[in-house]
Design a protein around this ligand. Structure first.
Ligand SMILES: O=C(O)C(=O)C[C@]1(C(=O)O)C=C[C@@H](O)C=C1
Length: 290
C-alpha cells in the first residue's frame, strides 16, 4: 500500500474496520486530520511505520486478563528506530455476535486474545463449540456476516453495527475490569509534556553470569525508579536465550531515570530504548469505554 498524496497524518491499525484497535485509534485522534489505514495483521501495521508508509500505528501490547500481545513485543524487538509516543489503556467489553441466518452456534471465531478473555463464558455456555482464531475480532465479525454456517463471533458493539449482526450476549469477558493497553508507535520520539510518563527499553544480558538480572534491577532500585513491568521473550537466537522488556515510571528527562537506563545499557550485551511517552488510562471509572 502506498502513502497517499495528502498532508494528513497517516495512522495504521489492525483491521478490517470494527476492531478495538480502530476504536482506540479514532479516540486518540479525535478532532485531528488523520488518514486511517487498516492492515491485516499487527506486525504489518507496525512495519508500515518502519517503512515510512504510515506516520504512526496504534497496536495492542498487553491485556489485563491474558498478558502480552507477543506479536507486538517481538516486532518491536526486531525493528530499528521506532519509538513509543503514547500509551493508552482502554476497558474492553466483548459480545457474542450472531447472524440469525447461520443457524445454531457450533463454531466461535475471534482474535486469539478475545477468545482467551472470554474463556469462562465459552466453557459455561458453549462447552462443545469449536473455537477458531483469526487475525482480528472484526475479521471474525466479517466471517459471520458473510453467512458462514453455524459461526458466531466475539467482538465489539461497533463491529455488530458495522456488519449488521445481532448481539446474542453482551459483556462476556471473564471480568468487568478487562482492559487492554495500546501503544502509539512512530519514527520520532514523543515530545515530552506535563502528563505522567513512562520509559520503555529492551535488553539482553549475560544469562550465564549469576546475578546479572539482579544487577540490572538494582540500577533502578538504588535510584528509586519504579519498574511497572518486566517481561521476558525468547531472543530467537538459541534455546534458553532471552530478552527483557522493561517499563519504568518517569521520563528520560528525569536525571535518575536517564542514569539508570544508561547503566543498564552499559551492562547489556544488546539494548534498545523506545523512549519516553505520556500515559493515559481511559479504563478508569470516568474514562470512555469501548
Ligand atoms: O481484534 C481486535 O479487535 C484488536 O484490536 C486486537 C485485540 C488484541 O490483540 O488484544 C485488541 C484488544 C482486545 O484485547 C482484543 C483483541
Amino acid at each position: 500500500m502506498l502513502k497517499q498524496e495528502c498532508e494528513e497524518k497517516t495512522v495504521a491499525y489492525l483491521g478490517p474496520r470494527g476492531t478495538y484497535s480502530e476504536e482506540v485509534a479514532y479516540q486518540i485522534h479525535t478532532g485531528n486530520q488523520v488518514l486511517f489505514t487498516a492492515y491485516s495483521s499487527i506486525d504489518a501495521a507496525i512495519m508500515s511505520v518502519v517503512n515510512g508508509v504510515s506516520d504512526e500505528c496504534v497496536v495492542p501490547v498487553e491485556n489485563s486478563l491474558e498478558g502480552s500481545v507477543t506479536i507486538t513485543l517481538d516486532t518491536l524487538a526486531l525493528v530499528e528506530n521506532l519509538f513509543i509516543i503514547r500509551e493508552s489503556t482502554h476497558a474492553i467489553r466483548h459480545n457474542l455476535l450472531v447472524n440469525p441466518q447461520n443457524g445454531p452456534v457450533e463454531v466461535i471465531v475471534s482474535h486469539s486474545q478475545a477468545l482467551a478473555q472470554c474463556r469462562s463464558y465459552l466453557q459455561e455456555h458453549y462447552p462443545s463449540a469449536q473455537v477458531k482464531a483469526v487475525q482480528s475480532t472484526a475479521e471474525a465479525a466479517c466471517c459471520v456476516a458473510s453467512g458462514m454456517p453455524n459461526h458466531a463471533a466475539i467482538g465489539s458493539l461497533r463491529a455488530a453495527k458495522l456488519y449488521e449482526l445481532d448481539v446474542a450476549a453482551a459483556g462476556i469477558q471473564d471480568n468487568s475490569y478487562n482492559s487492554t493497553r495500546f501503544l502509539v508507535l512512530g519514527r520520532k520520539p514523543a515530545v515530552l509534556q506535563k502528563e505522567p510518563h513512562k520509559t520503555s527499553i529492551v535488553c539482553q544480558i549475560d544469562g550465564k553470569k549469576p546475578g546479572s538480572l539482579c544487577e540490572i534491577l538494582q540500577e533502578f532500585a538504588r535510584r528509586n525508579v519504579n519498574l511497572t513491568r518486566i517481561e521476558s521473550r525468547p531472543a530467537r537466537t538459541q534455546m534458553g536465550a532471552y530478552i527483557f522488556f522493561l517499563d519504568l515510571d518517569g521520563s528520560l528527562a528525569d536525571y535518575e531515570v536517564f542514569a539508570a537506563v544508561k547503566a543498564v545499557q552499559e551492562k547489556s550485551i544488546w539494548f534498545k530504548s523506545f523512549g519516553s511517552y505520556p500515559v493515559v488510562d481511559t479504563s478508569q471509572p470516568n474514562g470512555e469505554r469501548l
